[in-house]
Design a protein around this ligand. Structure first.
Ligand code: MG
Ligand code: MG
Length: 240
């Protein structure tokens, strides 16, 4: 899991370095595909449920599951969310970041900062003996206090030999409730935060999830391992 996580984190750091105005999301996807190949890993998302890309790349009001496209060109001021997973020696990593294209609005900057902070508020509670609801309630509180909303229709998840395993890891909940955490569990904590309302819908491509009100959305995800003493973040390579 550490090795798969490391490749996943490095893939995102690599993608971060490529983000700039004028490139297509398909270009990012192709570069990521080459990156995985070079590192002997398989892209976890390619073909998952029929998904056609190597990464999910979602822009602005797109929340998650954006399909990489030649026609989707990044523009100055956009927020681009890149979500990738590496499958390596039988295990998956899963991580997402939100990157600005050039300079972005103050609201977009605050949305990115709050989304990242909400992950860290939640991960504090990801330790043996705590419960899933402890994580979700901390994430939700951070987001609500900032005046933003947490997406409720999509949640984090267990991860290991399969990309998505039990338990679900919602970004909302009640402290003290839900599945108990034990050492050795590996989960993906992934706040999806909207600047406006929490409602989302799926576009006609059957994949892309967008905010109903058209507001901006941000995503921040890491795969973490539960230990007695807290969470070990497996996909963080110190970039964004
Ligand atoms: Mg992901
Ligand atoms: Mg995930």
């Amino acid at each position: 899991m550490r090795e798969a996580g490391k490749i996943t984190g490095e893939a995102l750091a690599y993608a971060h370095g490529l983000v700039r105005e004028g490139i297509s999301t398909k270009y990012l996807d192709e570069r990521l595909r080459a990156f995985f190949e070079k590192h002997g890993a398989k892209p976890s998302f390619l073909g998952y449920g029929g998904f056609p890309g190597c990464a999910c790349i979602s822009v602005n009001e797109e929340v998650i599951h954006g399909i990489p496209s030649e026609d989707k060109i990044l523009l100055e001021g956009d927020l681009v969310k890149i979500d990738v997973g590496a499958y390596y020696r039988g295990y998956h990593g899963d991580s997402a970041r939100t990157f600005p294209v050039g300079s972005v609005s103050e609201e977009a900057q605050r949305l990115m900062a709050v989304t990242k902070q909400s992950f860290y508020d939640g991960v504090q509670f990801a330790m043996a003996g705590n419960r899933i609801g402890d994580i979700g309630s901390a994430v939700e509180k951070c987001v609500k206090d900032a005046g933003f909303s947490v997406v409720r229709n999509y949640v984090g998840h267990g991860i290991g030999q399969a990309l998505h395993e039990d338990p679900e890891v919602p970004n909302f909940g009640t402290a003290g409730r839900g599945v108990r955490l034990y050492p050795g569990m590996t989960i993906a904590i992934e706040p999806m935060v909207n600047a406006g309302g929490h409602s989302v819908r799926v576009l006609q491509d059957d994949w892309t999830v967008v905010t109903v009100d058209g507001s901006l959305s941000a995503h921040y995800e890491n795969t973490v391992a539960i230990t007695e003493h807290g969470a070990e973040i497996l996909t963080d390579v110190g970039d964004g």
